[in-house]
Write a protein that binds this ligand. Sequence first.
Ligand code: AMP
Ligand code: MG
Length: 423
Amino acid sequence: MLNDKIKILASCADHDDSEAISVETARQKILAKISSITETEKLSLHQSLNRVLAEDIVSTINVPGHTNSAMDGYALSGHDLPGTAPQQYSVIGTSFAGQPFKDTCSTGQCVRIMTGAVMPAGTDTVVMQEHIKKLTDTKILIASGHKTGQNVRQAGEDISKDSVVLKKGHSIQAADLGVIASIGIAEVKLYRQPRVAFFSTGDELRAIGDTLDSGDIYDSNRYSLYGMLRQLHVEIIDLGVVKDKLSDLREAFKLASDQADLVITTGGVSVGEADFVKTILQEMGEMHIWKIAMKPGRPITFGELGNALFFGLPGNPVSVMTTFYQFVSPAIQQLSGQGARAPLTFDVLSDSTLKKRRGRFECQRGILSRNETGQLTVCATGKQGSGMLTSMSRANCLILLAEDCDGINAGDSVTVQPFNTYL
Ligand code: AMP
Ligand code: MG
């Protein structure tokens, strides 16, 4: 009788769970429910690092603004370059960066020029100072072998006036700050940062500093979640630990969804007796997804709570992180105005033999490195239990094993996903 029941009811331990959907299907379903934050704010350039542009940045100027020298050397006309025999030139003045030479350069003449200095009238070519022979203070010799236009940067060759330099939805990085500064813009319009509230659920959880009674554990999920959220540059609302008690959980759900765009909980989403998250979500909001064919990481819950999106992640510390990288991170990027960004993945050779059962997607923890022959390879971090968080802290990537894969031999090619890198 009991055996019959075990066969009928789907459980988290099942390998072939027909109700479960694939990771990619789940990700697409989740993204389809999320629209970008629309509120914007104007901030100074310094404050805009890692923030998302809510407008195209259009340049009102050329960069560089003037045709200028790429080298320290001598400017002259390309028509006047020597043929086969070396030729003498008179040096008629100097053009410095910020102090242009005002006169015109004629045949048989050249102008001493510094990197970044405006090209004087009558010149279009620069000969590097290492390639000339100085005869006197005002006479130089140039040999053959030079080309018209060499060592010169054209006006607007980096950014042309009226062009779009950065697009709406772009997350501003260090180089972008410089690019925006180079076109003289001091403030940019950005989307408001997503507000993300989270709490851990579980009667066994204790805060750092508390003493542990038998069966108690320290709450680690809130710390790894905090770290992953910081790396996504969102506003963080940490609501602590909530007991596995319906009334406490209801209150926490309400508090979180009233102030956040996205609420994340960990624990309490399986079918254990104290797993209330799913029940409350159904009661207070709308549940969209529950079972995903993924290890470690199922079951996870995705839904809506009032105006907030909701992710109920599993309690196991590794599952929290793998599901975050596969689902929460793309969701936050979409919410922040960046659209759906794919995580960077690529194929490398596996140094390890990896065990896996066919039927569900697996994220194993890997260490990418170069072997003695200089080839990029990945090895597993050892034991892969979903409670072993050190396997995650030793890793620098996830090894992604497709649903139909039934194991990897050392020397086979595998797909890896470095942490926190997106296309
Ligand atoms: P649950 O999903 O609530 O059944 O939890 C699954 C496992 O993860 C249990 O062993 C929990 O003790 C553990 N766990 C749940 N929440 C946390 C947390 N915040 N920090 C560390 N371990 C946790
Ligand atoms: Mg629990």
